[in-house]
Design a protein around this ligand. Structure first.
Ligand code: ADP
Ligand code: MG
Length: 454
């Protein structure tokens, strides 16, 4: 088990046309590799009493990207997780930020600029091809959406609402989700594109194509050695890629009615995520079991990724525009806090099955054992019948000898004795492996009882 810090990257997208038309100023800048400086546009730069310092706030991340960055952000944020997934470690990458800040762009991308999903899967399959000499791999994927606090299977949307369950080992399962086994990246890409079309999308004032749901693409890699050894090991690595819904408050998107209700739901999941991040970062992750992951579907699902066994990367997104200052500020604070989260990373090993040859020899051994036990039981039955006929004779003698005594007292004693005897014999019968000593003990007890009666 290895402790690992949650890695947080921050990406500032280019100013878009609408923002430029509005005459928005650039208020977010990357400085150096890791710093992001945010300038408060409401404070007057010409006010001599307000030093520049108070207008500017600096935030430090593991990595910073600005408008010059391409989709190659994948290389520095995600690529290094792939090796781990192949060898049985869990990994999670999630995009966080307000609507329109570039989350879907970074995760899914466009046809010409594919995002993290596709680049990760391409590299994953390349790595698997290179490694299949000694290993057998199977890859499966599922794709789901959390919309208004219900989970939908994007690979089979007609399946209705699905449930999150936790097994006694604390592993999270989505009951009834479609798991597709795939052999190449293209297939997964096609599936996720198809799934993506099923996402709940409706235009809002903030972003015409914004998504109102959280989506999770999960890829599971199972690795088995080709050399079939005894007590073979199977390694299972899971990769979660999460595109979160917008983190802005419902009021900021000027939503009403149905949209407003959705906003509240989205905020419930994100609020719960925020609470978890707060609790986890304050406690350094070691008290993860006391964090309320069950508060929302999203946090329940991400439980392992946030507080548990996963190498986790968050890419937070902001717009550089002065018009988005408040959202950018809250996103930067939130993302900074997430840096304090620690996860406990361990390899998912499962000891499985013996090879078929091994089973054959186990069966042969078991057959021999059965024969041996059968013979033993037979012997003991013979012995037992000999013992009980001896005792029968003995009792008859005693009975005759004591015939002079009161018949009533004698009968009572006899019944008592026979009862005790039967009980003892039953005890000898019942265990899986009857022992000769037990029978001897039982005969002794009967003899003693007879002596007492005498
Ligand atoms: P979100 O998923 O966070 O709501 P999107 O990823 O849909 O936002 O981005 C909103 C718009 O901005 C899209 O049209 C997208 O193509 C564009 N966009 C976002 N980030 C970038 C970027 N880094 N470079 C170029 N275009 C971007
Ligand atoms: Mg989106």
């Amino acid at each position: 088990m290895k402790e690992q810090q949650l890695m947080v990257a921050l990406r500032i997208r280019p100013l878009n046309e609408a923002e430029a038309e509005e005459g928005a100023a650039l208020v977010a800048h990357r400085v150096g590799e890791q710093r992001v400086v945010l300038t408060d546009p409401s404070k007057d730069p010409d006010d001599i009493l307000q030093a520049n310092r108070s207008r500017e706030k600096t935030f430090v991340f593991d990595m910073g990207f600005d408008h010059r960055a391409t989709q190659e952000v994948y290389v520095s944020t995600t690529k290094s997780l792939i090796g781990g997934v192949i060898s049985g470690y869990n990994a999670t990458i999630f995009a966080y930020g307000p609507t329109g800040a570039g989350k879907t762009y970074v995760m899914l991308g466009t046809d010409c600029e594919p995002g993290i999903y596709i680049r990760t899967l391409d590299d994953l399959f390349k790595a698997l091809e290179a490694a299949t000499e000694e290993m057998d791999y199977t890859v499966s994927m599922s794709y789901l959406e959390i919309y208004n606090e219900v989970i939908r299977d994007l690979l089979n949307p007609s399946s209705g609402f699905l449930d999150v369950r936790e097994d006694p080992r604390g592993r999270i399962h989505i009951v009834g989700i479609t798991e597709v086994s795939t052999t190449n990246a293209q297939e997964i890409t096609q599936l996720s594109t198809k799934g993506n079309k099923q996402r709940a999308q409706e235009p809002t004032a903030a972003n015409k194509m914004s998504s109102r749901s959280h989506t999770v693409l999960q890829v599971t890699v199972t690795q088995k050695s080709r050399r079939k050894a005894i007590g073979e090991e199977v390694r299972i690595g899971k990769l979660f890629m999460v595109d979160l819904a917008g983190s802005e408050r419902a009021t900021q998107t000027r939503n009403q009615g149905k949209r407003m209700k959705e906003g509240a739901h989205i905020n419930r999941s994100l609020l719960a995520l925020g609470n978890c991040i707060n609790a986890l970062s304050e406690r350094g992750g070691s008290w993860a079991q006391f964090v309320n992951f069950r508060d929302s579907k999203l946090t329940h699902l991400l439980k392992g990724s946030l507080g548990g066994n996963s190498r986790t990367v968050m890419i937070a997104h902001i717009s550089p525009a002065s018009t988005s200052f408040e959202e950018s500020r809250t996103t930067l604070i939130y993302a900074c806090r997430a840096k304090n989260i620690k996860t406990q990373v361990k390899c998912n090993l499962r000891n499985v099955s013996y090879h078929i040859d091994q089973y054959t020899s186990i069966i042969t051994d078991l057959r021999r054992e059965i024969e041996r036990l059968k013979a033993r039981v037979k012997n003991q039955e013979k012995e037992k019948s000999a013992v009980s006929s001896d005792l029968g004779d003995l009792q008859a003698e005693r009975y005759q000898g004591s015939a002079a005594h009161s018949g009533q007292v004698m009968n009572a004693l006899r019944a008592q004795l026979m009862g005790a005897f039967r009980e003892q014999m039953e005890m000898c019968h019942s265990p899986m492996e009857p022992e000769n000593t037990n029978i001897e003990l039982c005969v002794d007890t009967c003899r003693h009882l007879l002596t007492i009666i005498e």
